[in-house]
Design a protein around this ligand. Structure first.
Ligand SMILES: [Zn+2]
Length: 109
């Protein structure tokens, strides 16, 4: 892969990584719901809300892992190669999804 393209993807990945880290820390930050914790209904809402936030943080962390893998591949020089079939993933996929680890064909099957 061309060096200019590679550094372009690397920049994208690092920007996305920072954004994700920010989002995750926001989602995981302890929430203050005020003092009226005696209200049962409100308690249930709060528990649900916390559950949703943690689930969302979990999804973002998975994404973060994929980005970390992609960045380490760039360092090792194996970026842009499909993990399943070993062929090039291609710019059409990487430009939309720079953390992609499989080519178009393999992501469908
Ligand atoms: Zn493939």
């Amino acid at each position: 892969m061309e060096k200019t393209k590679l550094s372009e993807y690397k920049n994208k990945l690092e920007t996305e990584r920072k954004a994700l880290m920010g989002e995750i820390s926001k989602l995981e930050a302890p929430q203050s719901f005020g003092d009226d914790v005696d209200d049962f209904e409100e308690k249930t809402d709060e528990a649900e809300e916390t559950g949703n936030r943690l689930a969302a943080a979990g999804d973002l962390k998975k994404r973060l892992d994929e980005i970390d893998v992609a960045i380490s591949k760039i360092r090792q020089g194996s970026y842009g190669v499909c993990e399943k079939c070993g062929s090039e993933i291609g710019d059409d996929v990487l430009s939309i999804n720079p953390e992609a680890s499989v080519c178009k064909k393999c992501s469908v099957s």
